[in-house]
Design a protein around this ligand. Structure first.
Ligand code: ZN
Length: 590
């Protein structure tokens, strides 16, 4: 690959913008941070540096540049990530690879793309699609614009119309089958279209590739009502959400993802101006799906009608939400509407209200339990407690848990102790784990913190603080080396300090050390410090003093040992000399 081209692509792509389309980033000082998309975490340890154009997660150690980010998040190899970013950046690149070496996944994307064009054409332009189009427009009230935006389609009710089309374009039947578009038996001799006589909903990933389809029958009573693309190299049903590529911007903006069941619900929600709606595609929610949403928003609201919501809330969502630390909410479709579609068409304002009014899954559960049973009847009281105890015991956050214990005790007019004893008898008592809050400096040593501060400080402040430290204040070799290099670079410097030049300079002699410097620069320290020069100076003073103290203490410890040795040997002169030294250092401590 041409190095200049790579540099050109990198120059044109701003890594902050790039990553922002996947992760909600917040600016803190020089860097941006957010929840790592590569591992589960509750507090952000994923840092992006616009100056260095790199990212780094201090939780799972993933890190790198724009290319590595795309490879990792889109599951691409290096050449594909280059192609992807080159397209984004508008940089033309030539690939030397021959087309027959194309990855099968790319072939699948091509086939899916062609198939979706074909289905869409049949639906919107061909006489075979008239009935299906009528279904979308008259029965589902979709506009032409919506049909186009979601690339809806129709697969003719014949055995080989799509296969014939794709083969005529030069594709091989085994690739068509690998894409899940054809079914085959007895080798390649007998094959036929998977989707026949169905309206088609394409699934599109974040890169805009069609990864699979869902087809719904138009004949009442025909089973199955829906069929989907089987698992292929491009399509993993548990990992996709219908409409996510259209909803992601709104989800990030609203900090809320609304999850509905059916594809049609997603489409009519978007048509009605509810952009942050995605669909599970009729399957029960998976952890992977929820992870996709967590990357974009902290809150996920499930929108179901009352009956379904009750069923749903009974388990999975609470469990998954708790395990990912997502605020799970429930939006109940307002009465008298029986489904989302109806409500949006008739009175979208009411749905908006219901969304604003969405309750946490726990509140929702309380509400429905108290609706079903009467808290005044002793037996019902027991039933309410039995219904809610498992819910409460699944809560991991101790503050939240206590809140609901108090509430249940209050609502039932019983003591908190009896609620707790119910939780204990469920075995939930043991799960009351007090999670330690992460301190701002957790996992960052004093020495690392000092260097990190110095690397980010303005030149004058850094150079007036640096001389206070010495090499012996560093107990870790690479930190010591970084300190020495930084001191060399900064002391007496006239031009402004720029981290990227410093890193580049070090990288020429020691790539590893340069990486460590980058990591220090990305450490997530209280960035607000840098907004106020006085505060920064103070903080540096404090930290440097603490380091000095640590060093002095270590030295005293060693000296103490030496004094004892000298005493044992009755070497009075040595004892005297060491004691003097001891005194001197002790005075530094005051
Ligand atoms: Zn991570």
């Amino acid at each position: 690959m041409d190095e200049d081209k790579l540099a050109e692509i990198k120059n044109r792509i701003n890594i902050v913008d790039l990553i922002s389309s996947y992760v909600a980033l917040i600016k803190g000082g020089k860097n941006y941070k957010g929840l790592c998309p590569f591992h589960n975490e509750k507090t952000p340890s994923f840092i992006v540096s616009p100056e260095l154009q790199i990212f780094k997660c201090f939780g799972c150690q993933e890190g790198g540049d724009a290319f590595s980010f795309i490879q990792k998040i889109e599951g691409m190899d290096f050449p594909s990530s280059v192609k992807y970013l080159a397209d984004k950046a508008g940089v033309k690149i030539e690939f030397t690879g021959r087309p027959e070496q194309k990855e099968r996944k790319d072939v699948i994307f091509e086939l899916n793309h062609l198939a979706s064009e074909y289905y869409h054409y049949i639906l919107t332009k061909h006489k075979l699609g008239v009935k299906a189009l009528e279904y979308f427009k008259k029965k589902r009230f979709l506009t032409d614009a919506t049909i186009k935006a979601f690339k809806l389609g129709y697969s003719p009710n014949s055995w080989r119309s799509l296969c014939g089309f794709l083969i005529s374009k030069g594709y091989r039947i085994d690739d068509i089958a690998a894409a899940g578009l054809a079914q085959m038996s007895e080798g390649a001799k007998n094959y036929y279209d998977r989707f026949r006589g169905r309206v088609i909903f394409p699934f599109i990933n974040n890169s805009g590739n069609v990864i699979g389809f869902s087809g719904r029958t138009l004949s009442d009573g025909e089973e199955p009502k829906y069929i989907n693309t089987p698992e292929t190299e491009a399509f993993h049903k548990g990992n996709v959400l219908f409409g996510l590529e259209k909803a992601k911007v709104a989800v990030r903006r609203e900090k809320l993802a609304i999850v509905v069941e059916g594809h049609m619900d997603v489409i009519s929600a978007h048509q009605g101006g509810f952009d942050n709606v995605v669909g599970t595609g009729g399957t029960s929610l998976t952890l992977e799906q929820l992870k996709l949403l967590k990357r974009l928003a902290g809150d996920v609201a499930f929108c179901f009608d009352t009956d379904l919501a009750g069923l749903f809330a009974s388990g999975r969502a609470i469990e998954l939400g708790e395990s990912l630390n997502i605020n799970v909410k429930v939006v109940v479709i307002p009465k008298p509407y029986k489904d989302l579609d109806e409500c949006i068409r008739d009175n979208p304002k009411k749905l908006r209200e219901a969304i604003n009014d969405s309750k946490s899954v726990y509140d929702f559960y309380f509400l429905s339990a108290f609706e079903r049973f009467s808290p005044n009847d002793p037996l019902d009281k027991k039933r309410i407690a039995e219904t809610l105890a498992p819910v409460i015991s699944s809560i991991r956050n101790p503050v939240l848990k206590e809140h609901y214990v108090k509430r249940l005790a209050g609502d039932l007019g019983v003591s908190e102790e009896s609620v707790y004893s119910m939780l204990t008898s469920l075995g939930g008592g043991s799960s009351v784990t007090v999670t330690t809050l992460s301190k701002p400096l957790q996992g960052v040593s004093l020495q690392e913190y000092a260097l990190s501060l110095l690397l980010k400080s303005p030149l004058d402040i850094a150079s007036s603080s640096l001389y206070k430290l010495g090499q012996r204040d560093f107990t870790n070799t690479s930190l010591e080396r970084i300190f020495v290099e930084l001191k060399d670079h900064i002391i007496g410097r006239k031009k402004k300090f720029e981290i990227k030049y410093f890193c580049a300079k070090i990288a020429k002699v020691d790539e590893e050390l340069s990486k460590e410097i980058q990591a220090l620069y990305l450490k997530d320290i209280k960035e607000s410090i840098f907004e106020d020069a006085e505060r920064l100076k103070n903080e540096l003073n404090l930290v440097l003093r603490r380091i000095k103290l640590e060093t002095a203490k270590d030295e005293l410890k060693i000296l103490g040992g030496k004094i004892k040795e000298a005493e044992a040997k009755n070497d009075t002169a040595e004892v005297k000399r060491l004691t003097e030294e001891f005194k001197e250092i002790s005075e530094r401590l005051i």
